[in-house]
Design a protein around this ligand. Structure first.
Ligand code: ATP
Length: 415
């Protein structure tokens, strides 16, 4: 089944195993002597190359405008607009079914949208056929050709473009070295580990020097250790090549570790776009606060300017979002932000709590702290091993903690 046919079936199993190697055919390959790195940097607009438009650093390399995608009566993408800058590493992050893969596939032309436009490098590709677009793609399931050696898998797209044998051999060698597999070219996919197979898939996606690299959950089929190692390798390689990259993941840790910017999606909409630090520290919606990192939510009410009523307690916050007195709100607080050391009479937002239980999680402990004034209100707090030892925190004891005003994220309850 070819990729366009499989995309029409919409079958989940097939959706991730397309033969994509021919999709990168519009990229301009390197001339003899050019290195993979030089070529990729030219494609990414970092150096001047073959006269193609060179996007200014920081300008929109990929522009998605008002994109709508429906499957029957179900709308999977609801008017998505997004700019991706040249050379950026962007992650689409969100729970299963939020539309991440659908958006990636629309950008690739594999599942054409019902409305909206897509521009890449200044070119309107909204209705361009898959083969007329310039991207390389890696799927979760590797999608290598089992009957071809590693070398032939990597060189497949170049053979399709009728490049000379010597040129292909040189380029395949260079790509395999780039992904740390210089001595594995003679093997078949079945003779490789999952991590090695995914490196081959990456080399194959890069073979034609696409200006856009699309990664659809490339790490999720791998075990935890390999996943962490490969994610570091992919990030380093992306930085080195400067190729604009979009990766789909549902793993927030992966997105925080790899992305320059994260696009958090929920139910076919973009909730927030920001750097990992922005998304983690300043989530703009309760969904983002909850999905990215751990967050305790407490019900409260605005009791005055930058003042909150939390049960019996009156506390302060540094940003009340201009909400009126009496507005019911949810306060979000990260477990590592609860302060225990150096809490005295001068510390704002002191609360007396009861340590209900402590989970030992290796390098740190996670505690449930119930407010003394109302035991039904609980905070989740992370304590380092040092803190546990120094303060001798134990289950059942009373503990005075403080909620730093600048750590309290206030969300209107309806949002
Ligand atoms: P996951 O992480 O589970 O892959 P996702 O965020 O990538 O999730 P999508 O695969 O983009 O989600 O799917 C978004 C929504 O569109 C889901 O509700 C899904 O069931 C639906 N959907 C996707 N493809 C099709 C299709 N071919 N036909 C019908 N519905 C589809």
């Amino acid at each position: 089944m070819d990729a366009e046919a499989e995309s029409r079936t919409g079958s989940a199993a097939h959706r991730r195993t397309a033969d994509y190697s021919r999709f990168t055919i519009s990229a301009v390959g390197p001339t003899a002597g050019e290195s993979v790195v030089q070529m990729a940097q030219q494609q990414a607009g970092r150096t001047r190359g073959n006269g193609d438009p060179v996007p200014a650093a920081g300008s929109a390399f990929l522009r998605v405008t008002d994109l709508v995608k429906s499957f029957g009566s179900f709308t999977a993408l609801k008017h998505i607009s997004l700019d991706v800058r040249a050379g950026e590493f962007v992650c689409f992050l969100g729970p299963s079914g939020c539309g991440k893969t659908t958006l990636l596939r629309a950008i690739a032309g594999l599942d054409p949208q019902n409305g909206g436009t897509i521009h890449q490098n200044g070119r309107d590709i909204t209705h361009a056929p898959v083969a007329g677009r310039d991207f390389g793609i890696v799927f979760q399931s590797y999608a290598l050709f089992p009957h071809l050696t590693v070398e032939r898998n990597v060189g497949y797209g170049l053979v399709n473009r009728q490049r000379g044998k010597a040129e292909i051999a040189a380029r395949v060698r260079e790509l395999l070295a780039l992904v740390g597999l210089h001595d594995q070219g003679h093997k078949y996919p079945v003779q490789l580990s999952g991590g090695q197979q995914q490196r081959v898939a990456l080399a194959r996606a890069l073979a034609t020097s696409p200006s856009l690299l699309l990664l659809d959950e490339p790490l999720s089929a791998l075990d935890a250790r390999v996943r962490v190692r490969l994610r570091d390798e992919i990030k380093a390689l992306q930085r080195r090549l400067g190729v604009t990259t979009i990766m789909v993941t549902h793993d927030q840790e992966e997105a925080l570790a790899m992305a320059d910017r994260i696009v958090v999606m929920n139910e076919g909409l973009i909730e927030q776009v920001g750097t990992p630090a922005e998304v983690y520290r300043h989530p703009t919606t309760p969904f983002v606060a909850d999905f990215v990192g751990a967050m305790t939510f407490l019900d409260a009410e605005i009791s005055g300017p930058k003042r909150l009523r939390l049960g019996e307690a009156e506390i302060s916050c540094s940003d009340d979002r201009g909400l009126m007195q009496g507005t019911p709100v949810r306060i979000g607080l990260r477990p590592e932000e609860i302060r225990v050391r150096n809490v005295d009479g001068m510390t704002p937002n002191r609360l007396s709590t009861h340590v209900a239980f402590i989970d030992f999680l290796g390098s740190f402990c996670r505690a449930r702290l119930e407010l003394e004034a109302d035991r039904s209100v609980a905070l989740t707090a992370d304590f380092s091993a040092n803190l546990m030892r120094d303060l001798k925190v134990e289950e059942g004891q009373m503990l005075t903690v403080a909620l730093p005003p600048e750590s309290l994220r206030v969300f209107a309850k309806a949002s």
